[in-house]
Design a protein around this ligand. Structure first.
Ligand SMILES: [Zn+2]
Length: 138
């Protein structure tokens, strides 16, 4: 899964929500038609730029997509839209804030409390992990 595909996924997902999000049937139908043209091709990632432009052209759709994308990556507090439960939790990594300390801890379950660094007794802080060995979205 690339970042691009997440945009495509969001663009697909937003179609059924457009009228609710926009509160305007005509605009919703217009955007839906444009999305339909852009998505229903053999490789929609080729239309990625236009899809982004279309979604960003309206503050409401822009905000929805932004929220959608952040909810599928790292927002731990967001539980997804009703009827669309989050299916997975991305492993969140934490490290010690002390300089030079290399203690790293992975959180795999929301029920896990964030521990303290065993060397410095400071609460670990979250960080972005984009190492290829991670099972995070690649
Ligand atoms: Zn430490």
């Amino acid at each position: 899964m690339s970042k691009s595909n997440k945009i495509i996924d969001a663009a697909r997902a937003i179609r059924s929500e457009l009228e609710t999000i926009l509160g305007d049937r005509d605009t919703a139908q217009k955007i839906d038609r444009e999305l339909n043209d852009l998505l229903n091709v053999p490789d929609p990632t080729l239309n990625l730029k236009q899809i982004k432009q279309l979604l960003n052209s309206n503050q409401k759709t822009k905000g929805w997509v932004k929220q959608k994308l952040s909810s599928s990556t790292k927002s731990l507090g967001y539980q997804g839209l009703p009827g669309m439960p989050s299916t997975r939790l991305q492993t969140q990594k934490y490290h010690c804030s002390e300089k030079g300390c290399d203690f790293v801890w992975s959180r795999r379950n929301l029920a896990q409390a964030i521990p303290k660094c065993p060397h410095h007794n400071v609460t670990l802080i979250a960080f972005e992990d984009d190492s290829p060995s991670s099972e995070a979205e690649l």
